[in-house]
Every structure is written in C-alpha cells, then in structure tokens.
Ligand binder design. Structure first.
Ligand SMILES: [Zn+2]
Length: 83
C-alpha cells in the first residue's frame, strides 16, 4: 500500500510538472493566453465526492491504465478501496 502511494505521488508530481510548463507564466506569449488558461485551469470532477477542481491542483492516479484525477489523496484512496 505504501509503495502504491509513492507511485501515485510520483505520477501526480510528473503530471504537475508537465502542466506547469517550462517557464514562468509571464514569459508566455500574450496571444496564447486563452490556450494556456484552458490547460492550467481545466476543471475536472472528482469521481468520489463529485467536487469540481482545477486539474493541476488535484491528485492524479492511474487506474486500469487510465489517468484519473481526485480532489485529494483521501478521495483517491476511497476510490481505490471501492474497486
Ligand atoms: Zn474528493
């Protein structure tokens, strides 16, 4: 269980890094602002508590080969325990 958690934490960090992008926000071209916002602020629904939250602030977990997002580690664990 602890090893599983480490894998999920690492996965979440990788997703966060990928979404955060290479540079600071202010260096991004102004024309792309809308696209950047869509990527940064895309809202996803937690399958456990049905709350909507920004993807990059959620916890990512790979379930059956599919990347799922949860509002918190508690919800992630609940979801995994349900399965
Ligand atoms: Zn939740």
């Amino acid at each position: 269980m602890w090893l599983k958690f480490l894998i999920f934490a690492g996965l979440g960090y990788m997703v966060y890094k990928a979404l955060a992008g290479p540079g600071p926000e202010k260096n991004r071209p102004r024309m792309d602002r809308q696209d950047v916002r869509q990527i940064d602020d895309v809202m996803v629904q937690d399958p456990v508590c049905k709350v909507y939250f920004p993807k990059r602030e959620g916890v990512a977990a790979k379930v059956d080969g599919q990347l799922m997002y949860f509002c918190s580690e508690e919800c992630m664990k609940k979801y995994l325990n349900q399965k």
